[in-house]
Ligand binder design. Structure first.
Ligand code: GMT
Length: 364
């Protein structure tokens, strides 16, 4: 097939999912063009995917760069030049509307990722036009059942659920790297994200401080960067746990940090899927997280991790302490990896997207 894939190129999960998918599809023999404002950081240098840069021309008469319009133009040109049969966008706002506007003749498939439904999708500035684009598309998918249910309410569409995938060859246990990050005898607790307010990273620091106060020897490694980082640093200082916390900048090789951890922590306000949690599970690292959105579809409570109520920092601290001291931890680590590999293997997920493309082309 000749496929065009659209995504945000940054650190966000939707861009990672799109770039990984584009690369796997190209390796399976499809002609794949990826369109974004810059080369997605997760697209390998030697990838057979062709990259087309979406320019952002700005003129004094505009209130700002017109991303939607330039993307629509780039899609129309790419569809003509490469004979695209399917255009597949990741993150609906504004990608679904831009693809609709391009009227390129390719079948349109849109994958919903999270805040494009339950946050920005609620904004009257975006909702109606995005709903129109989704309702008239050939196919819509969502990364979890929880998000699909929200999309039915917000946009009046019935997405097929295709979960995100994790590469088990890349994300696997790496306990031999633990000494890079923590001292001997310390447990390594990891959180990785883009430090946006929705991630509630200060709550993770609060739970961690309670764990330390219980006398557990542990280090919290915070991997990533984003707007909330100053707030997180302040919380670390206020709780007096500076000596026990390490900040790491974003890396091209998160697998080397994730695979070394003992537990992965999340306390997001909303999480349609939780790609980082899945990467942890595949790395044999159980997850302790707030029970929100699609996380209960990724983490099996009591089997591959523990889920606590949102905002219950005390319960999260208790769950962390109990797991670190439990003889069950090695069994949970094995279960985490086995479950991630069995349910979220890239081969099966890629085949599900191929089946969706085949279905929309058949209907066209
Ligand atoms: O929706 C967002 O907030 C951004 C998006 C992204 O681009 O990172 O994240 C969402 O998509 C990821 C990939 O499908 C999911 O793993 C994240 O759970 C989801 N984020 C939220 O729902 C907050």
């Amino acid at each position: 097939m000749r496929l065009g894939i659209v995504a945000y190129p940054g650190l966000g999960g939707s861009g990672v999912v799109a770039a990984d998918l584009a690369h796997r599809l190209a390796l399976r023999g499809h002609a794949v063009v990826m369109l974004a404002t810059r080369r997605p950081f997760r697209l390998p240098e030697n990838s057979p995917v062709r990259f087309v840069q979406v320019e952002l021309p700005n003129y004094p008469v505009f209130p700002g760069p017109l991303y939607t319009l330039s993307l629509a133009g780039a899609l129309r040109r790419a569809a003509r030049e490469w004979g695209l049969e399917v255009i597949h966008t990741h993150y609906a706002i504004p990608h679904a509307a831009a693809a609709h506007l391009a009227a390129s003749g390719a079948a349109l498939v849109h994958t919903l990722h999270g805040t494009d439904v339950n946050l920005l999708g609620l904004d009257p500035a975006f909702r109606e036009v995005t709903a129109l684009a989704l309702q008239t598309a050939a196919g819509v998918s969502a990364v979890s059942h929880s998000l699909a249910a929200q999309a039915r309410v917000v946009y009046g569409v019935h997405p097929v659920v295709i979960p995100n995938a994790v590469d088990p060859e890349r994300f696997h246990p790496r306990p031999y790297l633990k000494s890079r990050y923590v001292e001997a005898g310390e447990a390594m607790l990891l959180h990785a994200s883009n430090f946006r307010p929705i991630k509630r990273v200060p709550d993770i620091v609060r739970a961690f401080a309670k764990v330390v106060r219980r006398g557990v020897r542990a280090r919290l490694v915070l991997l990533g960067d984003g707007p909330e980082k100053p707030h997180v640093e302040r919380t670390v200082r206020e709780l007096g746990v500076e000596r026990h916390v390490t900040f790491l900048p974003p890396t091209q090789h998160p697998e080397e940090v994730i695979g070394a951890a003992d537990l992965f922590l999340l306390h997001s306000q909303e999480e349609s899927f939780g790609l980082a949690a899945l990467e942890a599970l595949a790395s044999g690292v159980p997850v302790v997280a707030a029970r929100v959105g699609g996380l209960s579809e990724v983490v099996r409570d009591g089997v591959t991790g523990r889920l606590v109520e949102l905002g219950d920092v005390e319960a999260q601290a208790e769950a962390i302490t109990a797991l670190l001291t439990s003889p069950e931890l090695p069994r949970m680590r094995r279960a985490a990896r086995e479950d991630a590999v069995a349910r979220f293997h890239p081969d099966s997920v890629t085949k599900r997207y191929e089946a969706l493309y085949a279905e929309v082309l058949f209907k066209a």
